[in-house]
Design a binder for this molecule. Structure first.
Ligand code: NAP
Length: 275
């Protein structure tokens, strides 16, 4: 009997330059797994029917990216505890036709802050730019570091206020409009700036970086924008590539119970990503 390869993939908007197919092709080959990983770009009104298709066609697992990480939660049959707490899903497992949502983004964020940026515990002030699904995962990762204060800057202040409500009650949280972020950074000592927006133009611009002290760290979750980081900031800055790797390694562990090494995969992707 010929066994069909298992099907996995990514749903989201504007996903043609995603590195996820490269990551999973590497992992499937390395661990000799008969599986395929496809990109499934979706328009807003297609989300529910796409998930129904996943159930009916027996697609084994799906990653979810912007802008569907929050909306997708309402169409699933169940949520893992952390996905429920965060309120966003970036991974779905098809368990005999029942779709269960997980969140592995927060692990990618925590590991980047620890392993690439060496962020110490109890930082003073963290600036979080964005209030979507990835920003929700940031708040969960911050719990681990216990900052004194978090300031959320977002285009829609209402959304930032909703997000602020889910922060750790031990941390002081304030919200403000996105336009005020650069001035705020210039006038205040900041431990970490983290960009979790999906706009096409870089939020972390030269002016913003110049305003930072040498102690401040910068993490942009995006990994395919033109880099604005010059030599002075190399040690203070991380883009989203290592996060992408760590969330994928955790996804792979949930799908196949195999622990892959993020460092080898990261070095492979550095060579593969378009310069
Ligand atoms: N490296 C990784 O592994 C990784 C993992 C997860 C996410 N990400 C990246 O993180 C980003 C956010 O993802 P998400 O899932 O949180 O998306 P999302 O839920 O759609 O949220 C998008 C966020 O970006 C803001 N935004 C969108 N367009 C903007 C613009 N033109 N100017 C200013 N703000 C804008 C939105 O503000 P409003 O609320 O005002 O609309 C919102 O805060 C994406 O680019 C995604 O690729 C990377």
């Amino acid at each position: 009997m010929i066994t069909q390869p298992k099907i996995f993939g990514l749903i989201g908007k504007s996903i043609s330059s995603s590195l996820s197919p490269v990551i999973f092709a590497y992992l499937f080959k390395k661990y000799k797994i008969k599986a395929e990983y496809h990109l499934f770009p979706l328009e807003n009104n297609q989300l529910e029917s796409a998930l129904q298709g996943m159930r009916v066609l027996g697609i084994s697992g799906i990653n979810v990216t912007a802008p569907y990480k929050e909306e997708v939660t309402k169409f699933l049959d169940g949520l893992d505890g952390l996905a429920k707490e965060i309120g966003a899903v970036n991974l779905i497992c098809n368990q005999n036709g029942k779709l269960k949502g997980f969140n592995t983004d927060w692990i990618g964020i925590k590991r980047t802050l620890q392993e690439r940026l060496q962020l110490e515990e109890s930082p003073e002030k963290i600036i979080l730019i964005g209030a979507g699904g990835a920003a929700r995962a940031c708040l969960r990762a911050f719990k681990f570091f216990q900052p004194s204060q978090i300031l959320i800057f977002n285009r829609s202040v209402e959304k930032a206020k909703t997000l602020a409500g889910s922060a750790d009650s031990r941390t002081r949280v304030e919200v403000a409009e996105l336009q005020k972020v650069e001035r705020y950074i210039k006038e205040n000592g900041i431990s970490l700036v983290i960009n979790a927006t999906s706009g096409k133009h870089p939020i972390i611009k030269r002016g913003l970086l110049q305003a930072l002290t040498k102690q401040a760290k910068v993490f942009d979750l995006n990994y395919n924008l033109d880099s604005v980081v010059n030599v002075r900031f190399r040690k203070q800055y991380s883009d989203g590539l290592y996060m992408l790797v760590c969330q994928a390694v955790e996804t792979f562990r949930i799908w196949f119970q195999i622990e892959a090494d993020p460092e080898t995969l990261y070095r492979y992707l550095i060579r593969k990503r378009p310069s």
